[in-house]
Write a protein that binds this ligand. Structure first.
Ligand SMILES: [Zn+2]
Length: 259
């Protein structure tokens, strides 16, 4: 949670959060060199897990070249060259968030090269789907790229920032779909619960934005409360917010979350 304050970890602890997963993403500015990514990966594999541990929260991360900076293919390839070094760290559990931002050819090239690496190293894959009007197109482009390969294990792949118009195509292809809650823009807690009611909870995850814009890990707990207020029993609520993520993440042998 490099973009968030220690106070967010403290609040998560008070809300009984047991673990969090941080995808490698944009730093709020385009980094000038591969060395800047090396420093960033060092930070999220060393300092963040110790910061979270002070609040009894297990911190896991994904490593990758994010979609927003993947347009620079030469820089991206330099970064990809040292991703395996960081995937060897105890809290690094997969490759992500890879994907597209503006659905360009360069972004797709770097997406596919990182999928190759994930397959080669048998890693979980966490995929960023573009926002707003680019979302459906970008999701379809990446699904098409993955569906043509026979070396992908869909169970180990999750498409993030899924919305009502992309969930069916993701799950029909056998992948996990995750919805991201934002406190101000995009997906709200009640809308996420509405969507769960419409699509069911199988292969569905929910996460909270934790970026440089308005973000609040407490929105997950607002969604938990919203489900309980609508009369869902504990087993259903825990299925979505604990057992589903635990099932997806536990495919990585480094993840140890007690049931
Ligand atoms: Zn994302």
């Amino acid at each position: 949670m490099i973009a968030r304050t220690t106070a967010d970890y403290e609040r998560m602890a008070l809300m009984h959060t047991v673990a969090c997963c941080e995808p490698a993403f944009w730093a709020g500015y385009d980094r000038p060199s591969a060395q800047a990514f090396y420093d960033y990966f060092t930070h999220i594999t060393t300092f963040e897990p110790t910061r979270a541990a002070q609040y009894l929260i297990k911190h896991y991360c994904y490593i990758c070249m994010n979609p927003k900076e993947a347009e620079n293919v030469a820089l991206a390839r330099e970064v990809i060259s040292f991703i395996p070094e960081f995937l060897a760290k105890p809290n690094a559990i997969g490759i992500g968030e890879i994907g597209t931002n503006k659905n360009t050819r360069n972004e797709m090239t770097i997406f596919e090269e990182q999928v190759d690496l994930a397959v080669k190293l048998d890693q979980l894959i966490w995929i960023h789907t573009p926002h707003l009007h680019d979302k459906r197109k970008g999701t379809a482009m990446m699904l098409d790229a993955l569906k043509t390969r026979n070396d992908i294990k869909p169970e180990k792949v999750c498409f993030d920032h899924a919305e009502e118009h992309t969930i069916a195509m993701i799950r029909d292809a056998g992948f996990w779909a995750s919805m991201t809650i934002y406190p101000v823009t995009k997906n709200s807690p009640p809308r996420v619960v509405d969507t769960l009611e419409r699509f069911g909870t199988d292969h569905m995850l929910v996460d909270a934005s934790g970026d440089w814009g308005p973000s609040d890990p407490g929105t997950l707990h607002q969604a938990v409360f919203e489900m309980r207020r609508r009369g869902y029993d504990d087993a259903t609520v825990e299925g979505v917010f604990f057992h589903n993520p635990r099932r997806f993440l536990s495919q990585c042998p480094k993840v140890a979350i007690d049931a």
